[in-house]
Ligand binder design. Structure first.
Ligand code: ADP
Ligand code: MG
Length: 460
């Protein structure tokens, strides 16, 4: 009951009063129960933040058996802005790969020019051998390098250096070697491993205070700067001083999350049941699908959609996150766009205003939970870092670099992240935490990492 009590002067409240007259009691009960199940009030967020901090420690202590893999990236040098010269990056993501070059001009010149080419990976290579795939990539890279001209030139006596963004789970063995753990995506799912590291590198190039990077796109992941002496599982192998970027793979977190029957059903029907639970709750791939499942239940058990579900409504993943975003941004008095999306995408024609308003409530519940949990995750990482560095994170300015299509395009989601962070940290401390969209995409980040780790670094 309490979850429905909101200030009477809000638009949502006015809408809800009208909803009561048009949708069935059963539909209301489903939405109410769903909203309550999704609720992520501060005590829940605190438990999530503490849980993430605790699981980070476990994952840093030893490999295997913990929710967070905490993968050492062997990246210990981030860009400073002083880098100079020509650097390349290769970004192998889902179905495309990008080759990119950047000419860096040091502190004053910064990014003089960049150029990239995107190449689709032929279908047959996705199912072929890795030799064939890498031969193809190498040959396309070769062609791209030959077209180097204009502002791009290699300082004499240097070899070209390249950074590689590889969005698949890799067990790195050093900064320039690693073992592929498994092919994911259509090669099959998301596993945005190194793009977080690229994002952090891109942010640090411009801002010395960048310490954490978070990707909120199709999937989600986070990485941060860890102290070597806080990574027991690496001790004995590497010097105990200095820092290393740790890839948390935080999408795997699963404790204390407010999950509903719809989330559980989504997970059970997924290709990786029981895995990536935080990712399934907060990332772009899944938000629309959770909403679709709620609508479907209303159609099947309520009077709402005339008692039977249209085929489209029964099709997994037809409703996408951009649809939720568009519905929430509909400012028209009759929610025309919401009606159009319900009709075009879900096959629900002639929806009443009451139904459209309920649709927005459902979207909001999902997005609010997603944004707030992402905020709690960020706070968990920062609290862990702060505790281990005797307060240096919260006492000075700390930047959290954000990237990914969900973060970029969904204003409500961003607002909920911010509210959660302020709620958890308080208004004073949260002034020191700057959560901002990273200026450079992960692609250029990889080139910047190549530059920061260049064997010619002494010349910068
Ligand atoms: P990836 O994680 O595959 O690299 P992106 O970072 O480009 O992908 O993010 C793509 C995701 O961003 C989509 O799956 C979708 O969930 C979300 N997204 C894209 N456009 C919008 C939009 N207009 N509104 C809300 N979410 C969006
Ligand atoms: Mg991406």
């Amino acid at each position: 009951m309490a979850a429905l009590m909101i200030p009477a002067n809000t638009l949502a409240a006015k809408r809800r009063m009208r909803v009561r007259s048009s949708a069935s009691r059963k539909d209301h009960a489903i939405v109410k129960e769903f909203r309550e199940g999704c609720a992520a009030p501060l005590p829940v967020l605190r438990r999530v933040a503490e849980g993430i901090a605790a699981d980070m420690r476990k994952g840093l202590n030893s490999d295997g058996g913990h929710s967070l893999p905490m993968i050492p990236t062997f990246v210990n040098t981030l860009p400073s802005g002083n880098e100079e010269g020509l650097f390349y990056a290769l970004d192998l993501g889902g179905t495309n790969f990008r080759v990119l070059r950047v000419q860096l001009g040091g502190k004053d010149g910064r990014v003089i020019d960049t150029e990239f080419e995107q190449v689709a990976i032929p279908q047959d290579l996705m199912f072929g051998t890795s030799e064939e795939l890498f031969d193809f990539i190498a040959s396309r890279l070769g062609t791209f390098v030959q077209k180097e001209s204009g502002k791009f030139h290699l300082p004499s006596g240097r070899l070209r250096e390249i950074g590689f963004t590889f969005s698949f789970p890799v067990k790195q063995t050093s900064i320039d070697s690693g073992i592929l753990i498994k092919w994911t995506k259509g090669f099959a799912v998301s596993g945005t491993v190194n793009d977080t590291v690229g994002t952090l590198a891109g942010a640090r190039y411009w801002d010395d205070d960048a310490m954490v990077a978070v990707i909120l796109g199709t999937g989600t992941n986070a990485c941060y700067v860890e102290r070597m002496d806080c990574i027991p599982k690496l001790q004995g192998h590497l010097p105990a001083n200095g820092d290393m970027i740790i890839n948390t793979e935080w999408g795997a977190f699963h404790d204390s999350l407010p999950l509903t029957e719809f989330d559980k059903a989504l997970d059970a029907a997924s290709i990786n049941p029981g895995e990536q639970i935080l990712e399934k709750t907060i990332s772009g791939m899944y938000l629309g699908e959770v909403a679709r499942r709620v609508f479907l239940k209303m159609a099947e058990s309520g009077a709402m959609f005339g008692g039977s579900a249209p085929d489209k409504l029964s099709t997994p993943f037809v409703l996408r996150t951009p649809h939720l975003c568009a519905m929430q941004q509909d400012q028209s008095s009759d929610l025309k766009l919401v009606g159009k999306i319900l009709s075009d995408t879900l096959g629900v024609d002639d929806s009443s205003l009451g139904i459209r308003e309920m649709a927005i409530d459902i979207c909001d519940a999902i997005v609010k939970r997603g944004g707030r949990l992402a905020g709690a995750g960020i706070v968990g990482i920062l609290q862990k870092m702060d505790a281990d560095s005797k307060g240096t994170i919260f006492r000075k300015r700390t930047v959290v670099a954000m990237d990914g299509g969900l973060y970029e395009n969904y204003p409500h989601y961003r607002k909920y992240i911010k509210e959660a962070v302020i709620g958890l940290l308080g208004s004073e401390i949260s002034k020191n935490v700057v959560i901002e969209h990273s200026k450079d995409g992960s692609g250029i980040g990889a080139a910047l990492l190549a530059a920061a780790n260049s064997k010619y670094a002494r010349e910068f």
